[in-house]
Design a protein around this ligand. Structure first.
Ligand code: SF4
Length: 181
């Protein structure tokens, strides 16, 4: 099944449940994708409008230094705000980030579950050793590498806002993890 269909069906199944949760749907904007994003928002609005468990996080796509950077066309803040306003007009809830920004990778209770059950923290440095912090076991329990988990949370633990905003790329962070990568 195509990836979008899988994700969309999972969202709809979650919406049909009585479970108490919060789900953020993150939408990255590219110069050439604005109209298709608006179409996507209309599709979601048909089912998610008025359900406070779901919120949308709109951001421009980013150039992260890979070989295809020249094919990536970010949009400016004005375009992001226009699409946010469009989502609002459809009755969708928007994620309001509190400041100072703290990346989810910094929170001890935030984990990414990879398809093979590996637990990660950062959604950018996906394949690095430091980002493999544990495993979701078959019986539902978690095996966690505590040292790695604490490394990701060091910004919060040490009250270091720079590291908390991006524990993967803050300079002192990179120096600290070189031995682990
Ligand atoms: S740690 Fe940095 S690169 Fe990773 S998800 Fe957070 S902000 Fe993005």
């Amino acid at each position: 099944m195509p990836t979008f269909d899988t994700v969309y069906i999972n969202v709809i199944n979650a919406q049909n449940s009585d479970l108490d949760f919060g789900m953020v749907i993150r939408v990255r904007l590219h110069r050439d994708s604005i109209e298709s994003v608006k179409s996507l928002l209309r599709k979601f609005a048909e089912v998610l409008r008025g359900d406070g468990r779901f919120s949308f996080h709109m951001r421009s796509i980013s150039r992260l230094g890979g070989p295809n950077d020249d094919r990536i066309h970010p949009v400016d803040d004005g375009v992001v705000e226009e699409v946010r306003e469009y989502a609002r007009s459809l009755g969708l809830k928007l994620l309001e980030l509190s400041l100072p920004y703290i990346c989810y990778a910094s929170w001890l209770n935030s984990l990414v579950i990879m398809p093979d059950g590996t637990l990660s923290k950062c959604t950018v440095r996906l394949y690095e050793n430091i980002n493999r912090v544990g495993k979701l076991n078959d019986d539902g329990t978690l095996t966690i590498d505590e040292n790695k988990l604490l490394w990701w949370a060091r910004g919060i633990i040490n009250n270091d806002l720079k590291a908390a905003a991006c524990p993967a790329f803050s300079k002192e962070g990179y120096e600290a993890i070189k031995w682990l990568i």
